[in-house]
Design a protein around this ligand. Structure first.
Ligand code: MG
Length: 336
């Protein structure tokens, strides 16, 4: 561990995991936190479970094709709750605003948050604003906490995947990260590139109705699909094998990745998630995903295996197998 915080500690990859484990995990260890899910789930009364999560947003720029910091601040928390099978209910937002931010920008962000909350079917029920001196922030930072109700029949946990299970994805990857990256680098070669920012609770609810024994889900945000798969593999102590050809990649994002020499598997998403279902429910889950607008390109990408416990293996088109590690270093800071 280094003596000072580096930007790689914010990557969502290996350094972030180390930071969480070594600084926070050991100090706050408890049965809910230690599950290391997208949201903590606990029982508040007999049979009544709540999911609870929080997500901070520091994206730069504040506005980008396909969304804004306001959209992803709402969707980030909604999606983390949805990944536990919860029906998101209430959000609370904290705004750290920099002196000098145009009031018009803040109104636009609030408009986006209100529209996003409406689309996701949640209420923003509490909030806080703080203002810091010019130069001490970067426009605005937004943190959003949220709670959701977990239906009693669901048992979703990162550790639940077992050999033979099927790995599904709802749609193409890499659009959000490449949108931010091309904007920041001043590249405009892909005019139809836009963030995939979207609320996943609707599509997840439909999938869970069709596949109620779904084992685990994770949204592939910072660190990308590769990191999300590694987190689930490590939590379950099982292997994850996927076919490179099977992974849908946004066409414009793929072109941008090729130009910049980046691997789309590590690029951040704001509307892509993986689900792991028992083999007997995979077809029903896939059909449910495909019948939703956010899952038109849903597909099965691989399987959970006994081999390679805790690791992710990619099968290439030529039949070779390659270990796909958690993101190391940082592709681009301030992506979400
Ligand atoms: Mg997540």
């Amino acid at each position: 561990m280094t003596n000072r915080i580096t930007l790689a500690h914010g990557s969502g990859g290996r350094m972030t995991q180390q930071l969480i484990r070594q600084v926070f995990g050991r100090r706050f260890s408890n049965p809910m936190l230690d599950r290391m899910n997208d949201a903590a789930v606990g029982e508040v009364a007999a049979g009544a479970r709540l999911a609870f999560s929080i997500d901070g947003h520091v994206v730069s720029p504040l506005f980008f094709p396909g969304g804004s910091i306001g959209d992803i601040a709402v969707y980030g928390t909604v999606n983390d709750l949805a990944m536990m099978g919860a029906r998101p209910l209430w959000l609370a937002a904290s705004f750290v605003i920099e002196e000098g931010l145009p009031m018009l920008d803040l109104r636009r962000i609030a408009d986006d948050m209100a529209a996003a909350a409406e689309r996701a079917g949640v209420w923003l029920v509490a909030g806080d604003t703080k203002v810091v001196e010019q130069g001490k922030g970067d426009g605005v930072y937004i943190s959003v906490a949220g709670v959701g109700a977990v239906p009693p029949h669901l048992h979703i946990d990162a550790a639940n995947a077992r050999p033979g299970d099927v790995i599904l994805i709802n749609g193409p990857i890499a659009a959000h990260g490449m949108t931010i990256m091309t904007l920041r680098e001043g590249l405009s070669f892909e005019s139809d590139l836009q963030s995939d920012a979207a609320p996943l609770n609707g599509i997840v609810a439909e999938m869970l109705a069709a596949a109620p024994h779904t084992r685990a889900m994770r949204d592939a945000t910072r660190g990308g699909l590769a990191t999300a798969l590694n987190e689930l593999a490590q939590a379950a102590g099982a292997g994850m094998v996927f076919a490179q050809e099977a992974v849908p990649v946004d066409a414009a994002a793929r072109a941008a990745c090729e130009l910049l020499g980046l691997d789309p598997l590590y690029v951040a998403n704001e509307g892509a998630f993986i689900a792991i279902t028992p083999p007997g429910e995979a077809d029903a889950a896939l059909a449910a995903l495909r019948s939703h607008p956010l899952g038109r390109d849903a597909t099965i990408i691989g399987r959970v295996t006994e081999a390679h416990p805790g690791q992710v293996v990619m099968e290439t088109a030529l039949g070779a197998q390659r270990i796909v590690a958690t993101l190391s270093g940082d592709l681009l800071p301030r992506i979400c």
